[in-house]
Design a protein around this ligand. Sequence first.
Ligand code: FAD
Length: 368
Amino acid sequence: MEQVDVVVVGAGAMGATAAWRLARSGRSVVLLERFGPGHTHGSSHGTTRIFRLAYRDPVYVRFAAQALDGWRELEAASGEVLLEQVGQLDHGRAAAVDEVVANLRAADRPVERLGAAEASERWPGMRFDGAVAFSPDGGRCLADRTVATSQRLAGSAGAAVHFDEPAERIEVVGDRAVVHSAGRSWDAAAVVVAAGAWVSSLLGQLVSLPPITIESDQPSHFAPIDASASWPSFLHHGLGADGVDRPLSFDAYGLWTPGEGVKVGGHGTVAVCDPEDLTRVPDPVRTESLVRYVEEWLPGLDPTPRSTVSCLFTSTDDEHFILDRRGPLVVCSPCSGHGFKFVPAIAAEVERLVTHGGQPVTEWRLPN
Ligand SMILES: Cc1cc2nc3c(=O)[nH]c(=O)nc-3n(C[C@H](O)[C@H](O)[C@H](O)COP(=O)(O)OP(=O)(O)OC[C@H]3O[C@@H](n4cnc5c(N)ncnc54)[C@H](O)[C@@H]3O)c2cc1C
């Protein structure tokens, strides 16, 4: 059995970037990925994800600011463009938008508060509801490119990257952990589990996890009617179907996705699913709900979807991340549908937990 400093399970955005950070600091690192490079079975695939500092919860405003520095570091290390700051619009319930504005101002970040009519003049492709805030720091992360870049950087920094090699079992032995794949085993001082929707099946017997819901989202891409129109990323704040206000939730989201059109999702496009059974066939009921949303709120788009993608969300009940350590195990499950923008900051947090143990951020602790 090979002895290493760290095994990272899962080479999605979180695991691959954490493996890079851990390997470049001189540790011996093994990165195990169940599927092949560029697979579409998890949560990180697709061309783009929204980047924003605009959050109703100040914890995430601070963390996104840390991530911004981390994105620039990742870009400098790789020579790739991974983040495009084209701006972010939040609109909808005034109470929600006001929290976003107050948090950005408190963090000394630029933000404009506009009325709906003024915003419609500036972004005629969108219809606005209630209050509007524009944050120029927001934009989009180039998701597929980030995953491939981090996997490449991890290998260049010395990590042994094994695709098509699932971790089948993890055992805790004293203060170390042993990871078994089908053909071999590694004995490690720390094991980072960044397995996305599969976190419970790997860790459920070893660590007490909070309740986790796995859903698929099915956003679609729509063509702009005016090809010269500008499309910042956007969130529409409404109450959920149950009328409950959840500070980390929103009714719909969208962003320009180079080569594919404006990606729109969230409005009735999410359904509970089994991660082993993520269907690639769009559910027509969910697509129809999205088309109705586009007709009502996005008059600058042709409402016939050009393409639809499927992707897994792994959420805790309060939509906070899980980022904590128990003995040699570091649980890195920061999904809850909004994790991508934080990738470099989450990788840094994983490195901190591997190095010092230390206290995790309160909101992200495992239950005792
Ligand atoms: C449709 C959609 C839209 C989103 N939009 C945004 C957005 O706009 N902005 C934003 O910030 N976030 C967004 N998110 C959330 C973000 O994409 C996720 O938080 C992030 O990609 C999660 O990355 P991950 O590495 O934790 O998970 P994953 O990418 O799923 O990676 C986990 C990896 O572990 C591997 N694995 C599992 N089990 C094993 C095993 N036993 N052995 C080895 N490997 C294993 C899997 O194959 C997978 O590659 C969105 C998510 C979805 C689904």
